[in-house]
Design a protein around this ligand. Structure first.
Ligand SMILES: C[S@@+](CC[C@H](N)C(=O)[O-])C[C@H]1O[C@@H](n2cnc3c(N)ncnc32)[C@H](O)[C@@H]1O
Length: 425
């Protein structure tokens, strides 16, 4: 019954990072409980076959439990595991992945040795003079001083912006702030997403003076009431419409609307893994579907005959084309297209196909098309193990599926990047 207190043992971890606790036949999903712990749990919500609860009193504490170092942990929707030592997070995440991806074998997660201040992109809502992260499963904004997974400079810029916007009469027009930076913080981009065109000259002047790496300031107009953060129209307020970064000796342009992996250290490891698993050679013809600004394509092109990248965001395709030119990589080309349909003509004659879709995974049409075209080797890069599991089942009859190689792209959260190789039977 709601508000009852029951003594439970946490026997497993759920995919949202909460503990799955048992008291006889009763199954309770308990926030912040760690596998192996025993606790008195207060029931907060009852469903037909399970309940939700919170820890009332810990009776046996996991040796891996740590004091959270973030004052707003679990208030904001960012981190899921601030109460668990980093090494143990990896162990539990691996178990969660293994449960989702059964029967495929999941290898140890490639750790991020630093795992603090790792994000190179911050995207925060601004409403009613409040700037912060959304509380989990809610639209309430939770403010913060020092987010431990965003970059330190981004934290400082956000602090300054909060102050600056207090006196700005048009602040109510601003919906989101977006900050991007390259790996050594020599270049930063500041994006204001607003309902309408507003004059931000004074604020921008203060910030570019205080933070010299800011080399790009963009006003993006979005007056639609949807979940999509960025609108179509962009106005360049200062500098250039992109920032540059460099990885594996390749220089790349990144625009406001273009995807770039948020954890640079782990991105490098991800690329090495893709290279290793693809076993490509000088004769390989590669198709890189969902290619973004071409990071994987350009890296693969170093030793492949030809690489074609396909991407749906036009700004990202423009970046990718420029990136090929800047680096004088001639054996790549990039196409603006929807990779979920009509890919047959691109798949013809390809030896290796890399797919790196958004969270919703691959379309049935693309999977059928990959199988029908008899692609020998597919490297599937996934940020969502649930859709990966769904998709792998559709490939299973026709492909040998390798172990799953997870890379901890998002420490302290339940999210994890996975790479897997499919080899035609
Ligand atoms: C997870 S990101 C991967 C990007 C790139 N592979 C990288 O490593 O930087 C997914 C990319 O797919 C693009 N995308 C989303 N839906 C798409 C579609 N239907 N067709 C082509 N690209 C799509 C997104 O714009 C994004 O750039």
């Amino acid at each position: 019954m709601k508000n009852d207190i029951v003594r439970c043992e946490c026997v497993d971890m759920a995919i949202d990072g909460s503990g799955i606790a048992k008291c006889g036949d009763l199954v309770v999903f308990v926030k912040e409980m760690i596998k192996g712990e025993i606790a008195d749990v207060k029931i907060t919500k009852e469903k037909k076959s399970y309940s939700y609860g919170i820890i009332d009193k810990l009776i046996e504490t996991s040796p891996e439990r740590v004091e959270s170092d973030c004052p707003i942990a679990y208030k904001c929707g960012g981190c899921d595991f601030r109460h668990i030592s980093y090494d143990h997070q990896l162990k539990l995440k691996k178990e969660i992945l293994a449960n989702i991806l059964k029967p495929f074998e999941v290898l140890d997660i490639v750790p991020d040795e630093v795992h603090y201040y790792y994000r190179n992109k911050v995207q925060i809502p601004y409403r009613d003079a409040k700037m912060g992260f959304y509380r989990k499963y809610s639209n309430d904004i939770v403010e913060f001083d020092d987010c431990l997974i965003e970059s330190k400079t981004a934290n400082r810029i956000i602090e300054d912006l909060k102050e600056l916007l207090k006196d700005y009469p048009k602040a109510g027009q601003i919906r989101h702030i977006l900050i991007k930076q390259n790996h050594d913080q020599s270049e930063m981009m500041l994006g204001f997403i607003a309902y309408e065109k507003i004059d931000l000259t004074d604020i921008v002047n203060i910030l570019i003076k205080k933070y010299p790496p800011i080399c790009s300031v963009i006003l993006n107009i979005n007056n639609k009431e949807t979940n999509v953060i960025l609108g179509e129209e962009e106005i360049l307020l200062y500098g250039k419409p992109y920032i540059m970064d460099e990885y594996h000796g390749i220089r790349v342009k990144i625009s406001l609307k273009s995807f770039y992996q948020v954890n640079y250290r782990q991105m490098l490891k991800l690329h090495e893994l893709i290279r290793e698993l693809s076993e490509r050679d000088e004769e390989s013809r590669v198709l890189d579907l969902y290619c973004g600004i071409g990071t994987i394509s350009l890296f693969m092109a170093k030793s492949a005959k030809q690489v074609t990248g396909v991407e749906i965001v036009k700004e990202a395709v423009a970046n990718a084309k420029d990136n090929a030119m800047i680096n004088r990589i001639e054996n790549v080309d990039f196409v603006l297209a929807d990779a979920s349909k009509g890919m047959d003509s691109y798949l013809k004659d390809k030896d290796i196909v890399i797919v790196d879709p958004p969270r919703k995974g691959l379309s049935k049409e693309l999977i059928d098309s990959l199988i029908k075209n008899g692609i020998n080797r597919i490297i599937y890069v996934s940020c969502n193990p649930q859709t990966l599991a769904r998709d792998l089942k559709l490939f299973e009859n026709d492909y040998h599926i390798s172990e799953i190689h997870p890379v901890d792209m998002f420490p302290y959260t339940i999210h994890c990047e996975c790479v897997v190789r499919l080899e035609k039977k």
